[in-house]
Design a protein around this ligand. Sequence first.
Ligand code: M6R
Length: 353
Amino acid sequence: DKGVYPYYMLKEVDEQAIVTRTLSQYYFDDENNIQNIDTKIIDAMKAADRLYIVAAGTSYHAGLVGKRYFEQWAKIPTEVHISSEFAYDQPMLSQKPFFIFLSQSGETADSREVLDNITKQGYPTLTIANVMNSTLTREADFALPLLAGPEIAVASTKAYTAQISVEAILAHAIGHSELDLKLELAKVAVEMQVIIDQKEDFKAIAESALSGQRSAFYIGRGLDAAVAVEAALKLKEISYIQTEGFAAGELKHGTISLIEEGTPVFALLTQAKTAGLVRGEIAQVAARGANTIVIATKELAKAGDAYILPEVNELLMPLLEVIPAQLIAYYATLDRGLDVDRPRNLAKSVTVQ
Ligand code: M6R
């Protein structure tokens, strides 16, 4: 039930702070120890020499973020693959692979096909899904829940942030990161709420930057590039504005020729190491007439930036920076008079290959 909300998507965006809190309470006990993750999962992952994350759409994008946690905290090399590609073009595998399937529905046919293939090859598998008791959770060796509650809108929002949180928790459980992740996730939940409460800012940004536009771009580097592809998918999927999300350094290798007077270019700026480079890229598109909309953390922000993000641990910033993108997509779609929850040609769960 949508309750007071005009659309499920807005309700689901709003629920992200609660879901993050729920996950940290479920996966950590009062003494900050990991709970509710079978030690068999941890042992199987520790025994692997490489992790393969397999997913589609937004879940694939959550995998791009999770890769960093598994590599930096768990110290296990990690590859992220699109299910529909992996299914018919299986890459060469390492000696001891471990497979992670990410899915909201647990029913995505492309991912099921890969799980089938991998099971036949005898490799260990884990599904992280929102719908437990789905095909992907039943047929994998292990399963972990996203606890996001039903996600009804076709555009996935809370499942994405829940997937990122569970990947972080799992990587943290395997590794020996000094980070107090339980505390960090509690901070994330608080700051998510701060962003959610500033909805009107994103409505204004969406209306001024995207009204009447036919195309848009999201750019960033590192984790911000990973979020840029998700931000672009969200916007194009429901507003039908053709949007590309990509690594900012790639602009000069081709895409910059698309920039015209007034083209909206959203820049995500949360990673200190590359902030100077991204600033340069923002200046380059601005010099060619782009309307640049910068979403930056306080530390990296400059006068004139469109929105200042609250700050949490840099690796966890995707959990915050995606929310402006979700809300900008929502308001741009409303502005066009379209059905936010049910974009044309799409189904919530893609059960055909
Ligand atoms: O249920 P799944 O997470 O496996 O679904 C994967 C994609 O179909 C899904 O994320 C899709 O890309 C969303 N509509 C994006 O908002």
